[in-house]
Design a protein around this ligand. Sequence first.
Ligand SMILES: Nc1nc2c([nH]c(=O)n2[C@@H]2O[C@H](COP(=O)(O)OP(=O)(O)OP(=O)(O)O)[C@@H](O)[C@H]2O)c(=O)[nH]1
Length: 226
Amino acid sequence: MSEDKVVDVAVGVLIREDGRVLLASRPEGKPWAGYWEFPGGKLEDGETVHQALVRELDEELGVRLADSFPWFVKEHRYEHAHVRLHFRRSRDFFGEALSKEGQDFGFYAANERTPGVLLPIDQNILNRVDLPDVWEDSTAVLTLSENALHATVVRDRKYRFVGARCGNLDDVMKAVAMDFDFVIVKPEVFEATLWKGEPRLPTYVEDVPASDLRLWQDRGAHGVKP
Ligand SMILES: Nc1nc2c([nH]c(=O)n2[C@@H]2O[C@H](COP(=O)(O)OP(=O)(O)OP(=O)(O)O)[C@@H](O)[C@H]2O)c(=O)[nH]1
């Protein structure tokens, strides 16, 4: 099979104080025009993901992004392109959004209906915004052991989030293939579960204090499980 060209895309998950996330419709003239998405766009030469986001948010919506955290990387093949989406979260942004390219936009929670349909992979990702930064045991979450990655798992509808404990990148990629929502890793294997320095799923680091949250988020973790 020939390798198709992969397009790197910076995607911003801007979370307001009430937990709602900025979503916008895709402008006319682009593939999937009119579908809703997280703001972002293709990386330009030499840009980091954060720099691309700062530029795209300013260009598309007039929003100033101060800081952002790495979240995870998701690959998807569309008819028009094979994209590698680098998602980053932010709670640190300023300015009233403006429709600079004729888009509709607004802040929405995962359980709210957007005026238009979200891009195919974005609905699942919007759901993950509600994963807490500091782990809370919940009846809505199913955590599977590493062994489960080698067995057939029936995705039970009563669970909103399904994740697995992972010891290495190979296990994480299995969890990605099974469309799990998160992984839990030990601090000593955290680096070994990253793909080129970035997580492939929201990643909790286990057995570390909640006070180290910021430190782990700077390194790419979603959160901590004390
Ligand atoms: N911005 C954004 N793009 C997404 C999301 N989900 C997703 O699959 N994509 C895909 O990532 C690619 C982003 O490209 P784009 O066309 O929006 O980028 P751009 O603004 O730099 O485009 P341009 O170079 O045509 O102006 C598209 O193929 C789009 O379908 C998302 O949530 N936000």
